[in-house]
Design a protein around this ligand. Sequence first.
Ligand code: DGY
Length: 322
Amino acid sequence: MKPRIMVTRRWPAAIEHVLAERFDTTFNQSDAPMSLAQLKAAFLDFDAILPTVSDKLPAAVFPDAEVRTKLLANFGVGFSHIDLDAARERGITVTNTPGVLTDCTADVAMSLLLSVSRRAGEGERQLRAGLWPGWCPTHMIGTKVTGKTIGIIGMGRIGKATAKRAHFGFDMDVIFYNRSKVDDEEIRAMGARQLPTIEDVLARADFVSLHCPGGAENRHVINAARLGGMKRGAYLINTARGDVVDHDALIEALEAGKIAGAGLDVYDGEPDVPPALMCMENVVLLPHLGSATEETRADMGMRAVENLTAFFERRPVPDKVA
Ligand code: DGY
């Protein structure tokens, strides 16, 4: 008998086809985030659940009763929406899809960095509104990117890919904070310097790009004090997770002109976005597009399929996180 699996959102058609062939697959036809009650019930009916970042799986969703589910094969690299301890307690394996979305997420970090510093969103809004006064020497002046310093918080795969783009593409100096020592040839080739504290990075960087995981450990890593410690005129870029930034403190720092602007792809409580941010011209807001390319979404799907297949064939799963 094929394992029964529950896919919480619609996936790229080609991957859905593979899933349907290999497993007894139920798709959430509505393609809306499943409720906590629906997810809780799924643990009793399915051998595996395939959630995404839009499905919240806190401890309360894991039933107390004996569950049928043995695997949560997450479609995505970040897994802070899943309570790993609750999964471990019930003997449920959790997997993710690392590596395949590194480049596309780094591309979005650089798009945000360029868009906010060169006022692309603001300029586009002005033009579309028919308000462009025409070229003149003082029109919509932004900040030069080439040769500036980028500060990376979290030098994992995506941090490194962003640093490479910034250094080799834009001649930027790279400084970074990472919890553990990073000794890596690629990083040495960029002349990147690891600094001892986040504060050290914030005080020196013209652009700060966040690449650490979300969840309790990194909640509000960027808070009022740290925003206050950023270089005046610096920009904050977040393609990691919304909860890494204290949004209220960010809004205050932007309103007070402590920092020049922000480029955000992720939000605490998304898809809700703080209305104050929506009104700010010096903020570029994207709807969590980091991995949103055809190629990457297909690769993420196949990576999840590989994890599922290995698990049910009783082979070691490639991307086990719990
Ligand atoms: C991830 O994989 O964690 C992304 O945020 C979803 O695109």
